[in-house]
Each structure stands twice: as C-alpha cells, then as structure tokens.
Write a protein that binds this ligand. Structure first.
Ligand code: 6R9
Length: 646
C-alpha cells in the first residue's frame, strides 16, 4: 500500500496554488491553451508584445511549433534589467565554492554589470546574433555571466558539461560550429583538479573544429596552462576594459536561445534546440508554481549547468523570477557527507532540489551526517532526473525534511525545457515514487505498443498530445531527425521515450526509458554511444551495452564485448577497455560491468536482441523469454553462465 502524504496545512493555507485553483486552472489550460498561455506569457517583459500565442501542428508532414511568435524580447533583460529597480541589491547568486571556506554573493546589480561587460566583450570579439558559443565551465558565477551575455546579444550558447572528455566537447563544437569557446584554466571538485583548458586544446585538434576563432579562459585555480596566442585570451583581462552598460538586443520569440546535446537511442547525441520566448515563459512559470516561490526564498538546485536542469532551474527560471539561487561548485561528499546540509544551514536554504542518485548515496552514509545539522530553514524539497524509489523518497522526507517539507517529484526532459508532471505543494497529496499529476497545459496519454490509447488505470508508453511553450523546436541542423525521433512513433503525439503507469487516482508513475537510453545517476546515455566508444578500440570486434540495476546510480552500465579473433580476454584488457570508455566519453560513461561475449544474441537479420542481454545483466536468466528467433541460440547459454551479476 502506498502511503499518502496529504498537503501540509502550512502549504494548504498559504500556497500560491491550492487544490481548487489547480483544478480550475488546469481545466482552463487544456480547454483553451492559447487563452491560458496568453495570460501567462505576460509575466515577461516584451520589447514587442505578442499578439499571436500558439501555432502548433504535430502532424509529421507539416510539423511546426511556434509560441508568442510575433513578439520580441531579451532573456538577459528579463533576468536582470527588469529587477534592478526593486531588487538591485538583492542577492541573485550565492556561490558556494568547492572549499567550504569560499563563498560569494552576487547581487542583481553586480550580475547585471558583469553581464553587460561580457556582452560588450563578446561583441568586441566579433560574436553576433545567431553565432554559436560553447561554454565549458565549472560551477562558478562566470558560467551564469557567460550564458546571460550570450542571450543579451542573441548568440546561441551550447554548454558542454565540464566532466565531458575532449572528444565529446569536440563533437559538440563540430556539430554546432561554434566561433568561441569559454572555459577555465581548471575546474575544482572535491579538491580534484579538472584540466579544462588542456581538454579544450585537445578538442580543438579534432576534425571540424576550426570554426573556433577564440578561446576565452577564466582563471579559476591559477594552475599552469598553455595559452596559444592569438587564439587564447584571458577573460578577466579583456573584461576589465569593457563598459558596464549594454543595450540588450531584441530577439524574436522563436529566436534560438541555446542548444543542449543529449543522448538518444541511436547515433550521436542530438542538439536539442530551445527558443527564446516560450522557453523563458515556461521555465519561469513552472519554477514559481512548482516551488511555490516567495520573495525571500533561498533556492538551491544542485544540478550542474551542463544539464538541462542547470539551465532551466538554476539559471533561467530563478533569475527570470528575481529569486536568490545557490550555485555549488563542489560535490556532496566533500569535505564529508554532511556538506549539502551544512550549505543549507550556512545560506538558510528554503527550497532544495536534487536528484535521487544523490539522495541514495547520502542515505548509505546513515542519518548522523544529516541529523547533526539543523535544516530548519527548509520548507520544500524537490527531486528530478530519474524515478525516485519509495525508500529514498521516505528517507528524504523523514530525515532531510524532518517530515515537515513536501517533496515535488518533477518529471521532465531536456526536450521539454521544463517540468511537465509534478505535484504542486499546496494542491497535490503526495504518493512516494509518483510524479503525480500534469502541470497546466500538459496532456499526457498512455498508449500501448501499437499506439492504442489506454484509458483509466493503465501502463504503457507515455506520449503528450499537445504542445507547451517550453517544448524543444528542432534538433540543431537535422529537423528530420526531430520529426522521426519524436513524432513518428505514435502519430499526432510527442513520444517521450518513457514508460508510465497511471493509477486509479489518475497519478502518473514514470517507469523509466523504453528506448535504448540508460539513466546513470540521472544522466542520460545512449547505449549506442558507449558501444561506439568500445568498438573504436583496436582490439574490439563488437559490443552491446545495456542498463542494469544499481543501488546508488539507479542504472549502471553493463557492456558485452566481443574481441577480435586471436585477442586474449585478460583482466588487464578489461581494465583497459573500461578506462578507454571513460576517456572517450567521460567518467559518467564508465562501464560498471564488462563481460566477454564470444558471441552476441542476434536475430537472423543481424539485430542484437537487447531484451535478452538486459535480462542477463539483471541476473534474471529464467526470464529470457522467447529465444527461438535467434540465429544461434547457443550463445545465450555462455553469456548466462559467465554473467557478472548474481
Ligand atoms: C530533467 C532531466 C530525461 C529522462 C526522462 C526520464 C528521466 C527525469 C524524472 C525521470 C522519473 C522523474 N526522469 N525526471 N524519471 N521521475 N521525476 O532529467 O532531463 O537529462 O533529458 O533526462 O530522465 O526517463 O525521460 P534529461
């Protein structure tokens, strides 16, 4: 039996949105979306007010998605300039360094001045509206400055997670043809240095990266790096000479805002493109409603800016709302596993948003590291990135939140720009493990494998029947891939790639990906990416990768590798291959298990049957299902006998 956690009285009485308001506004939002979003869109400052709100067709032959499309605005002006009069001295960013002795507050006025200088700097380097800028920075205030400076001049940023390898960085630069890279000398996480500038140097030796004219380097650690003149320039040196005023450029609502690469089930990561108006309306509105944001809240989202959560709910949503947002450079277990809660106490954090993998890792350390802190400032907790198991939910609720703070389990994706299925703290009774109900304007549907719509309590594939302003608009440079990936599987709907169950109360329970994407510690990885890294090794003939259950990460990476004829499968080679993948993609792609596979289970047409490999990796050899269609059923017995998880 699921335990129900009713809306706490504190929230029922004072929340921005109570249950009756949710029900009324939700009904309105799906009955007349244009009227609803017309009203919501006015929360932003428009340079040219829109008169047209929505123009959407999900028909694959005529696919288009436009919101507020005759309006013009500027994102940085909405995140900064319009707050100056009333909130100029309010803290915009509380920066907490890797070292607990280091922290800094940046006011809206200071942030505005820095962003103006940076916008002038980018312009002086020849960056114009529509140019692409790669940001490969650690979690330092300069990252926010760089993002906002791009938006101020209409340049399109593409942030590459600072944990990614030179190859991953290079492929993103090559795909988006960036003119500028903004990086730091080194990053710092748990006292460990990350050689960011050296990684950029490596990346820029790869093919198709010579679009890059300039590399701007922020000094973070002061570590020794190579500066290649005239390509490489110091951020602080150039910034110092720039004026602290800048007139924001008017951008059409559908002007591209950023590209963020994310893994899909096939091929290389795709460049998810978000646009200016709809994205900012959606990020700011969801941030205010889901977190029940108040003027004096101190809001902390632990996500890195390299992920979509770091875009929408660390920077754009909170700053558009004039909130105080905490940016944390470090890791949850340095100096010790009490760090998160020490930071909560130090900065009096009221709203805290993190990922289930972090909760599970901290849960393993027991209650003491939490109990020895106060956490009295907290009033709301959030979860994002993967399904949260009810045990972790209850621990988060009882230990971290002292059974006082509601938890918003927010389901969404890089593609969706913002939260789609979520509780509202003043409106929704909570069920641990359920993302609960759709946000305003969101119309989920559950369909079976053939696309038949399932009504009532049901389990199947999750699709959305209509658009919302924050939806991605295209795959950068490959619109056909956008259509094929999301709009062909179940015609007339957006296919999420997730499975879901709807219970008798209409609550949604996300069951995880139904495609070849695995979710490692809340980070998406395509099995195809890990496979192509493996087969790039000279001794590997073939590889198949699947997800497997993992206590902390949610899912781990289980790789089956067939070596070239004559190559000995040794422990040394196994280690080498694991290190190879880590180097090719980045530490998050490190395989947890690597099993030698003399043969892989394939259909007669040569397709690898991952269903079987998944069951073996899950240690369920009795649940392999039908293996009669295999070209050579005998390979399965070997894989089962040699399986690494028992
Ligand atoms: C925001 C983000 C998206 C995938 C998504 C789903 C999983 C995210 C979830 C969740 C269950 C939640 N996911 N939030 N599953 N409950 N609250 O994480 O974007 O990195 O693109 O990942 O993550 O499988 O499809 P992204």
């Amino acid at each position: 039996m699921t335990k129900l956690h009713p809306v706490p009285d504190t929230f029922a009485a004072h929340a921005r949105i109570d249950r009756a308001q949710y029900e009324t506004a939700y009904a309105e939002s799906v009955k007349d979306p244009a009227a609803f979003w017309d009203r919501i869109g006015r929360r932003l400052d428009w340079i040219t007010p829109y008169t047209q709100v929505k123009d959407v067709s999900y028909d694959a032959r005529d696919l288009h998605i436009r919101w507020y499309y005759d309006g013009e605005l500027n994102v940085s002006a909405n995140c900064l300039d319009r707050h100056l009069a009333a909130r100029g001295d309010k803290t915009a960013i509380i920066w907490e360094g890797d070292d607990p002795a280091e922290s800094r507050r940046v006011s809206y006025r200071e942030l505005h001045a820095e962003v103006c200088k940076a916008a002038n700097l980018l312009t002086s380097l020849g960056i114009r509206k529509d140019d692409r800028v790669a940001i490969y920075l650690p979690m330092i205030p300069e990252a926010a400055v760089a993002m906002l400076a791009c938006t101020r001049i209409g340049a399109i940023h593409t942030i590459v997670f600072a944990g990614f390898s030179p190859d991953s960085l290079a492929s993103r630069i090559a795909d988006s043809q960036c003119k500028l890279v903004i990086t730091a000398d080194e990053g710092l996480r748990g006292k460990k240095k990350v050689p960011l500038k050296a990684n950029v140097d490596e990346a820029l030796k790869r093919p198709n990266t010579n679009s890059v004219e300039t590399v701007l380097v922020v000094r973070r650690t002061g570590g020794a790096i190579d500066m290649q003149v005239p390509r490489d320039r110091w951020w602080h040196a150039l910034l110092a000479d720039q004026p602290a005023t800048h007139a924001p450029v008017a951008c059409e609502a559908e002007h591209p805002l950023f590209i963020l690469y994310t893994s899909g089930s096939t091929g290389t990561p795709k460049g998810v493109l978000h646009t200016t108006g709809g994205y900012l309306v959606y990020a700011s509105f969801t941030h205010e409603a889901v977190f029940d944001l108040r003027e004096d809240d101190v809001y902390w989202c632990t996500a890195d800016i390299g992920w979509v959560t770091g875009h929408s709910y660390l920077i754009y949503g909170p700053l558009a709302n004039g909130a105080t947002t905490v940016m944390f450079e470090g890791v949850p277990n340095f100096p010790d596993s009490s760090r998160f809660w020490q930071v909560v106490d130090k900065h009096k954090v009221t709203l805290f948003y993190t990922a289930p993998t972090a909760i599970r890792a901290l849960m393993r350390e027991g209650e003491d590291p939490v109990r020895k802190t106060s956490r009295a400032s907290l009033r709301l907790l959030g979860s994002v990135g993967e399904p949260i198991n009810p045990e972790a939910w209850e621990w988060y609720y009882r230990v971290v939140g002292d059974s006082r703070c509601p938890i918003v389990d927010t389901w969404w994706q890089t593609e969706t720009g913002g939260i789609l299925i979520t509780p509202l703290p003043g409106a929704t009774d909570l069920k641990p493990g359920s993302a609960t109900l759709p946000f305003f304007g969101i119309t989920p549907q559950i369909v079976d494998a053939n696309g038949a719509v399932l009504e009532g309590a049901a389990e199947g594939n999750l699709v959305l029947t209509d658009s919302w302003p924050g939806q991605m608009r295209t795959v950068y440079g490959d619109h056909q891939r956008f259509i094929d990936t999301y709009f062909r599987t179940y015609p007339g709907t957006y296919f999420t790639g997730d499975g879901a169950r709807r219970d008798e109360d209409g609550y949604y329970w996300i069951t995880g990906r139904v495609d070849d994407v695995i979710n490692v510690s809340g980070h998406r990885l395509g099995t195809a990416e890990v496979e192509s890294a493996l087969v790039a090794h000279p001794q590997v003939a073939e590889a198949a990768v699947v997800g497997c259950p993992h206590d902390i990460k949610g899912q781990g990476i289980y790789a089956y590798v067939t070596l070239k004829t004559g190559v000995e499968p040794t422990d040394a080679l196994r280690k080498e291959l694991v290190a190879w993948v880590r180097k090719e993609i980045g530490p998050i792609a490190t395989p947890d298990h690597l099993q030698w596979a003399p043969g892989l289970p394939k259909t007669r047409s040569g397709k690898i049957m991952r269903r079987i490999l998944r069951k073996i990796a899950e240690n369920q050899p009795d649940a392999l299902g039908d293996t009669s269609t295999l070209a050579d059923p005998s390979v399965v017995a070997n894989l089962v006998n040699e399986r690494l998880v028992r």
